[in-house]
Structure formats: C-alpha cells, structure tokens
Design a protein around this ligand. Structure first.
Ligand code: NAD
Length: 374
C-alpha cells in the first residue's frame, strides 16, 4: 500500500502530518511511504531523517498525490488537489466538515473516502487517534506561555529583600482539554488560578489541579452524550457574563477557551468587560479560530483596547511545531494501525466500526456522516 504525505500548503503552517518516527512505524507495517521534499523542515525534521526512516522523498507533488492509496495531511486540501487523488483512495486530515460542504461534495464526486480527524469520537478506544485533544493540549500550554510573555507581571509569588511580589491572577474560561492544560501550566508557573466551565463535571477536575472553580448559577447546562458542552440560551450567557465581570476585573490574565462543537464560539467577554479590566492585563482568546470568545477579537492579531492586550494569535500548536507534529502524526498512525491487516499489509476500512462510522465523511461517491445529514 502506498501512503503519501504532501507538504502543508496553508500559509504559515509549520506543522507536518508525518514525522520520521511515524514514517518508521508505517514502514514497519509494510507500507510504502513517500513524503514531499521539505515536509518537516519548519517543524525541525530535515528530509534526510525521513529518508533514513524509510520514506521516499518526492519533488513531484502531483504524482505523489495521484499514486497514493492513502494520503495523510494535516489541514484540508486545496480544492484543485482533490482532482489529483486516485478514485477509491483514502484521505485523512482535518476537514472543518461543518463549514466545507463543497469540499466534501468534491471528495465524494471523486470517489475518495475522506476521514475528518475532527470527527474521531472522544472515546477511550479512540484516544490515541484524537487530534483535537493532542493539539488543544499544546494550545493550552502555549496560551499561557504567550500570556506570560505579553504580561507586564511575573507569575510566581516572590519574597525578596525588596518586598513581596504577589502571584499573578489567571482566570481560565472553558475547561476542556486546552483549558485544563492552561490551568496546569499557569499553576506550574506559580499563578493563582480560577477557572469556569458550564459543564458541572469540570468543577472537580479544576479543583484537582489546585485551582479555584468560579460558581455561576445558570440552571440547567450539562453536556451532550459525546461530552461536549450544550449551547446556552442568551439569558444564560448574559448571567454568565455578569458573574464573570468581577473575576475578569481582578485578573491579570484571562484565557478564554470555550467552544461548542460545530458552532461559532460564544462571546463571553464583551467590550464592556474588557474595559473593566486593569490596564496592562492580557487576554488570550483560544477560540479565535471559531469566531472568538472575546467581542471584536482580531484573527491572528495582537491589539490593545482600553489598555488591555487582546491576543488573537491563531494556530497556537503551530508555535511548537516539533511536538505538535509528533503528536498529530502519532494520532494518524494510531488510526491506521488500529485497522491494519498485518497479514495482507493493507488498511481495511471497516464500515461497521464505531470509530470509522464516526469520522468517515465521504465514501462510495456520497457524503456518509450522520452528523452532516441535517
Ligand atoms: P471544546 O473545545 O469543545 O470546548 C472547550 C470547553 O468550553 C468545554 O469544556 C466546554 O464545556 C466549554 N464551554 C462551552 N461553552 C462555554 C461557556 N459558555 N462558558 C464556559 N465554558 C464553556 O472541548 P474539548 O476540549 O474538545 O473537550 C470536549 C469534551 O470531550 C470534554 O468533555 C472532554 O472531557 C471530552 N474528551 C474526552 C476524551 C476521551 O474520553 N477520550 C478525550 C478528550 C476530550
């Protein structure tokens, strides 16, 4: 089976879908692996490392794509590259499927089976394939590092001959995978951390990391069967903002990481709440790629409003591309290994399997995923 991986073409993308270690694993499974020249350079993996791991290095992107039985990527492909894919081949990448209906239609028309890595179910068996978690974890870490860099304060408490420096106060809104890592990282740096999430089960996780949980009485909130937050009503959002205003105004750093799967992120920090914060405070909006939690946040920009620094930097995992590529590639290999027929040395697309059913979006010339049927 021929597995190919092109260099990412999205402007500014630093991550690679495959690393030399992951190539070695695929070669061991009996796959023939080809990667495009320069695929791992921005992440710190030169071509020679891929070659040493057993990959062929290709400078012909079109034939790399058209000869593959399986294509591995990080981001969605440019539309025109779908025409190059072999009918009947398998394509694995992030696809932003709720917003990319045309792209999916094109995959279907080409007869390609496309797996959308965002749709891998959040179950124990699928954990090793869960790119949302592997990338969000790094984003949570990086958000705190960025905040510390932009802050005019240090994080830890220090008792010195020149007096006592109080610990920075960090408020984290939205405690999924990214929020939990942000709490852990801010705690490690010595900050005093408060956090909030609408899912009641999160309170215990926040406390187990040594942070305080902000109580907001919103009535019924809960989570979906997949563990995702349910969208709040306008009234609940307003109540949440009212309660959080005080905590924001007392914080030096606010990190927002609140998302509702498949929807625009809720606006939780209004301009009035930002204006009530202390000058010199820093807000990092981790939800900027799904519209942002901060009113008026600018995509991939750092701006100042009312003396508060608003950080809308995009692709935070891409700021640590070595490790982001390492874990993303491990997720892809985890998925391929799970369904690999060792005797035949081929990948079997098991349409009865719960994980495959969850993340396969096109197959047999059609869009097949039930999450996309409404
Ligand atoms: P996410 O990125 O979809 O959302 C981030 C957080 O924002 C969530 O915790 C959500 O509850 C919260 N949120 C939404 N609206 C909010 C609001 N108005 N105010 C405050 N917070 C708000 O979440 P995620 O990190 O992708 O995790 C989603 C779920 O999947 C979680 O339950 C997580 O524990 C679970 N999960 C399970 C596994 C597994 O079992 N294998 C792996 C990873 C994640």
């Amino acid at each position: 089976m021929k597995i190919s991986s092109p260099k990412e073409s999205h402007p500014g993308e630093t991550r690679a879908p495959l690393t030399p270690d992951s190539v070695a694993k695929l070669v061991k499974l009996g796959a023939e692996v080809s990667v495009e020249a320069g695929i791992g350079l921005p992440a710190g993996f030169p071509d020679e490392m891929y070659a040493k791991a057993g990959a062929t290095i290709s400078t012909d992107r079109a034939s790399l794509l058209s000869s593959a039985d399986i294509v591995l990527r990080l981001r969605k492909p440019p539309m025109e590259e779908i025409d190059l894919l072999k009918p009947g081949s398998l394509h694995l990448s992030l696809l932003d499927p709720f917003n990319e209906k045309e792209l999916l239609a094109k995959f279907a028309a080409r007869g390609v089976s496309a797996i959308s890595m965002e749709f891998v179910p959040r179950t124990t068996r699928a954990q090793k394939m869960d790119v949302l978690s592997s990338q969000a974890n790094l984003a949570g870490y990086e958000a705190v590092i960025l905040a510390a860099r932009y802050s005019n304060k240090i994080f830890p408490m220090m008792t010195t001959a020149a007096g006592t420096i109080l610990p920075a106060r960090v408020f984290i809104i939205g405690v999924g995978v990214a929020g939990l890592q942000a709490i852990a990282t801010a705690k490690r740096l010595g900050a005093k951390v408060t956090a909030y999430d609408t899912r009641p089960v999160v309170e215990e996780q926040v406390k187990s990391l040594g942070a305080q949980f902000l109580k907001v009485d919103l009535g019924e909130t809960g989570q979906t069967k997949d563990g995702y937050a349910k969208a709040l009503t306008d009234e609940q959002i307003q109540k949440q903002r009212d309660t959080m205003t005080k905590t924001c105004s007392e914080s030096d750093i606010v990190i927002t990481a609140a998302q509702v799967f498949g929807r625009r992120a809720p606006i939780l920090l209004t301009s009035a709440m930002v204006a009530a914060m202390k000058p010199g405070s820093v807000v990092v909006d981790l939800a900027v790629e799904t519209g942002g939690n901060v009113e008026g946040i600018e995509y991939d920009q750092v701006t100042t409003r009312d003396g508060v620094l608003l950080v809308g930097t995009a692709n935070l995992p891409g700021r640590v591309p070595f490790h982001a590529s390492q874990v993303y590639a491990a997720n892809l290999v985890g998925l391929l290994e799970e369904y690999w027929d060792k005797k035949e040395k081929t990948f079997t697309l098991n349409l009865e399997d719960e994980i495959i059913r969850g993340c396969l979006v096109t197959h047999g010339g059609r869009i097949v995923n039930e999450k996309l049927s409404s």
